[in-house]
Design a protein around this ligand. Sequence first.
Ligand SMILES: [Zn+2]
Length: 307
Amino acid sequence: MTTAFITHGDYLLHEMGADHPERPERIGAITQYLASSELGDQLKWLAAQPVPEGLLEKIHPVEYISWLDSLQPKQGLVYADPDTALNPHTMRAARLAAGAVTMATQMVLEGKLTNAFCAVRPPGHHAERSIAMGFCFFNNIALGVEQALSHRAIERVAILDFDVHHCNGTVDIFKDRPEVLVCSTFQHPFFPHRYYDIQRDNIINSPLPAGTTGNEFRQAVERDWLPALHCHQPQMIFVSAGFDAHQADPLGQLLLDESDYRWVTQLIVNAASCFASGRIVSVLEGGYDLQALAHSVYTHLEGLVEG
Ligand SMILES: [Zn+2]
């Protein structure tokens, strides 16, 4: 049983302005809290490698990738959308964020790891095939999924997303790929206001009103995710692990706490051992209260290690 914790120092070089909530300190808060704990010693700490360019081009058009590269400034910030800015280090961080996920996927498939958590930034689940938005440039989890599906033994996968925001980018990319089940719980109505009402058998959307409690979140997951997982029988499970549905989060208005992240992690671990030989790759998405983020990631990792 090996759980990896994959991150990279260069994630801290990407920043989008002093007051931006998606800030380098998010990664520092997670790693410092883990490093000071016994749990930190039980993890295999790995440095991310950049995503292979050929794989990147299977998800994002070459024109889009070149456009982002050309946008990157030599100094200061350039905005890809009103929330999403590039500084001189952004594209390297984005390639390393996607690369953490593809590296984790490869190692899990080779049996070198049981599961992995990728503490990355920029996040990915709002990035559509050709649109950067919501702090995201490349869809990190989609790249891991593409990598897994290129493996002979993997024909069906699931993406489980418990970030407070709907994963419009992931849905955009996989809406016509029935081998990829996408289950998302999210606050609604809320950003990003796209794809939340799409009708596809492989897209399971669970909108939750502001003020939804942990118990109500758990009911929605049991009602919507479990039957879909049983039906789909995924051979590998990917997790878009955003922790901005925490009650302390400044962006979302859901009322989850660490116990809910413990519960949902256990449910995911159980599903993975049932269908997927335990194979899980989990990827950081949102989470903007530094203490709640560090504590929630810790709880999530405890569940992965015990799994
Ligand atoms: Zn989010």
